[in-house]
Design a protein around this ligand. Structure first.
Ligand code: KG4
Ligand code: ZN
Length: 337
C-alpha cells in the first residue's frame, strides 16, 4: 500500500510517498528555518503563508521522485495535530481537497506518533511494545507504546520541552534559532565539568522532567559574567548545560524502563539527533536493553514518518471524513476527528 503523506505542523513543509509503512519512495522537505531565524523563533503567521506557497510544489516533487502520480497512491495521510493551528490547517485542507478530488481515503495522523514511527523506517524489525523517549521542540514525553496506535504517557515535562530548553539557552548565548543543533556542535569542544548545573527533580513524579530551573541557571550564569565584564566560555557552558539536560532525560527514561520492565527502548523527535544523548544511551543500554534511534535525517520533522504512522493508523481503521479539522493540542493517546 502506497501512502502520500503531508506534514506542515511547524516550519517544515514536507511530503513523502511511503510503501507499507516502512519503505520510503520519496521524502521532500522545504524548510523555512532561514526566514524564522531573523526573528529568533518560528513566527506562526509567516509559517502558514510559506506552507501555502510551498505545498503544491513539495507534493508534486514527492510524487515525481517516487515515480508515481496521485492515481498510483492508495491513501493520503496528513498531520492534523498537534502543532501551530494555522500551519496545520494548510496541510489538512490540502489533503482534504486531494482526498475529495481523487476519492482516496484520508488518514489523520498525530505528529508525535509520527515521530515515533520514524523508527519503523530506520529499523524494519522494530515492533511495539516498547518504551519511547519522545523529545522535540514542543514535547518531552516518556511513552509506553503498547501497539502502533495504542500509547500511554508515563512521564512528561512540567515546563519547557527539551528542544525548547536547548533553544532558549542557545539564544541567551547569541546562537541563532534553532539553537539546539548548533549548541550540540559547540558542546563537542567544551569541558562539561566547567560549570556544575542543578539536577532538578519533580517530587512524587519520578518520570517527569523540569528544565526551567536549569535554563534559568544557565541564563543567570551568562548574565552574571556579562555584568562583571568577563568573557563567556561558550563551548564550556554549552557542554555543561547539554550534559545536565541529557542526564535528566536519560536517568528518567532508564528508571522508567526498569520499573515497568521494558527492555526495548526507542527515541524519537528532533532532540534525538543530539550527539551526547545518542552516545549516553548507547553506552548505558549496552548489553541490557535493545536500543533503537531514528537515523539523524529522520529525527526532525519530515513527511516519511507521517507515511509510516499513517499506514498503521489506516490498518487500525482510522480514516477521516471531509470534516477533518486541525487540532493545536492533543494528547498522543487520543484521536479527535
Ligand atoms: O521534532 P522537531 O523537529 O520539531 C518539533 O516537533 O518540535 O524538533 C525540533 C527541536 C528544536 O528545538 C531543535 O533545536 C531540537 O529539536 N534539536 C536539537 C538537535 N537537533 C534538533 N537539540 C539538541 N541537539 C540536537 N542535535
Ligand atoms: Zn516534530
Amino acid at each position: 500500500m502506497k501512502i502520500l503523506a503531508i506534514e506542515s505542523s511547524c516550519d517544515e513543509t514536507a511530503a513523502a510517498v511511503v510503501e507499507d509503512g516502512r519503505n520510503v519512495l520519496s521524502n521532500i522537505i522545504a524548510s523555512q528555518v532561514e526566514e524564522h531565524k531573523l526573528y529568533g523563533g518560528v513566527v506562526p503567521e509567516i509559517a502558514s503563508r510559506r506552507h501555502a506557497e510551498a505545498i503544491v510544489g513539495v507534493v508534486n516533487e514527492a510524487l515525481k521522485t517516487a515515480n508515481c502520480t496521485v492515481d498510483d497512491v492508495d491513501a493520503i495521510a496528513v498531520t492534523y495535530a498537534p502543532g501551530l493551528i494555522g500551519a496545520l490547517l494548510v496541510g489538512v485542507n490540502f489533503a482534504k481537497g486531494l482526498s475529495l478530488a481523487t476519492g482516496k481515503p484520508l488518514i489523520p495522523t498525530h505528529h508525535l506518533r509520527s515521530h515515533i514511527a520514524s523508527n519503523y523506517i530506520s529499523h524494519k524489525e522494530l515492533k511495539p511494545p516498547f518504551l519511547c523517549l519522545v523529545v522535540s521542540g514542543g514535547h518531552s514525553h516518556i511513552v509506553e507504546v503498547k501497539d502502533y496506535t495504542d500509547m500511554r504517557v508515563i512521564g512528561r515535562t512540567r515546563d519547557d520541552a527539551a528542544g525548547e530548553a536547548f533553544d532558549k539557552a542557545a539564544r541567551a548565548m547569541g546562537i541563532p534559532y534553532p539553537g539546539g543543533v548548533e549548541l550540540d556542535k559547540i558542546a563537542e569542544n567544551g569541558d562539561d565539568t566547567a560549570f556544575p548545573m542543578p539536577r532538578p527533580r519533580v517530587d512524587g513524579s519520578p518520570y517527569d522532567f523540569s528544565f526551567s530551573g536549569l535554563k534559568t541557571a544557565v541564563i543567570n550564569l551568562i548574565h552574571n559574567r556579562q555584568q562583571k565584564g568577563e568573557d563567556i566560555p561558550v563551548a564550556d557552558v554549552c557542554a555543561s548545560y547539554r550534559k545536565a539536560v541529557v542526564g535528566l532525560l536519560v536517568d528518567n527514561f532508564l528508571q522508567a524502563a526498569d520499573d515497568l520492565g521494558y527492555t526495548t527502548l526507542v527515541t524519537a523527535g528532533g532532540v534525538s539527533a543530539n550527539s551526547l544523548l545518542r552516545r549516553e544511551l548507547e553506552k548505558r543500554c549496552k548489553g541490557k536493553y535493545q536500543l533503537f534511534m531514528p537515523e539523524k535525517p529522520l529525527c526532525g520533522d519530515n513527511g516519511a514518518m507521517v507515511g509510516a504512522q499513517g499506514y498503521y493508523e489506516y490498518l487500525a481503521g482510522h480514516v477521516a471524513k471531509s470534516d477533518l479539522n486541525a487540532v493545536a493540542t492533543l494528547p498522543i493517546s487520543e484521536d479527535k476527528y
